[in-house]
Ligand binder design. Structure first.
Ligand code: INI
Length: 156
């Protein structure tokens, strides 16, 4: 293909201040996602002192907390990690939908890159698969997506 002007984000997290918002609900899954996000960011140059972990009750509370973090302007990006599991959640759809919708709104309103690492699965096995086993670690993916987006936004 002919050369065209291309803008893309370098995966360099050096100097980036990042808030990681993690729900306590299903914490044995979520802790793996937090670990993945921290690992991904520090391996790409972020310093631990620039990372702040915010623990909250559940995925439903995530948008409000992300909104406050974004409004504080103390962070270059936010990574949200949680696990909403249908099998154990009669109100799965409400929690999952409100969480995703609210976080997208925060990202747009504040122009802040937000990595969405909230698992929404039918059962526990699928959640385990995405928390550091055969389907990877969605905390890693969310952190990397936030990082790439932050570096793209800085050039626009
Ligand atoms: N919160 C989650 O993060 N994951 C879930 O699977 C879940 N379930 O199963 O209900 C869940 N519910 C709690 C919810 O996020 C709120 O914390 C709660 O309703 C209080 O507002």
């Amino acid at each position: 293909m002919a050369h065209i002007k291309t803008i893309e984000g370098q995966l360099d997290a050096k100097g980036l201040k990042v808030a990681i918002v993690a729900s306590r609900f299903n914490d044995f899954i979520v802790d793996r996602l937090v670990g993945g996000a921290v690992d991904a960011l520090t391996r790409h140059g972020a310093s631990r002192e620039d990372l702040t972990l915010v623990r909250i009750p559940g995925a439903f509370e995530m948008p409000l907390v992300a909104q406050k973090l974004a409004a504080s302007k103390k962070f270059d990006g936010i990574v949200c990690v949680g696990a909403v599991i249908r099998g154990a959640t009669p109100h799965f759809d409400f929690v999952a939908n409100e969480c995703a919708k609210g976080l997208a709104q925060v990202s747009m309103e504040h122009g802040i890159p937000l990595g969405f690492g909230v698992l929404t699965t039918d059962n526990l096995e699928q959640a385990i698969e995405r928390a550091g086993s055969k389907a990877g670690n969605k905390g890693v993916d969310a952190a990397m997506a936030m990082l790439e987006t932050a570096r793209v936004l800085a050039q626009l």
